[in-house]
Design a binder for this molecule. Structure first.
Ligand SMILES: [Zn+2]
Length: 90
């Protein structure tokens, strides 16, 4: 019947929406940046703008990273998982 054609990259007039984010393994000790969370950060979510320029890095524990990722995906942010390509202790 109807092709499910979905427009990605919605334009909203709101505050800056990151174009993409990359999941990176956290290689040093840092706390989850979520308020009230005392867990160690495990992952870095690196945000980039629509042009691919890095905007910010945030460290999260697994639980909060998962919550954040689900929300960003729902918002249309492209999510790349860099953990798959960079094996090893680095
Ligand atoms: Zn946390």
């Amino acid at each position: 019947m109807e092709a499910a054609r979905r427009a990605t990259g919605q334009v909203t007039g709101q505050s800056e929406i990151p174009g993409s984010l990359t999941i990176i393994s956290l290689g040093y000790r840092a706390r989850c940046t979520r308020d009230g969370c005392a867990d160690l950060g495990r992952l870095i979510l690196r945000y980039a703008d629509a042009g691919g320029r890095p905007m910010s890095n945030s460290a999260f524990c697994h639980a909060h990273a998962r919550v954040r990722l689900a929300r960003e995906r729902a918002a249309g942010v492209k999510v790349y998982d860099d953990r798959l390509t960079s094996k090893g202790p680095f």
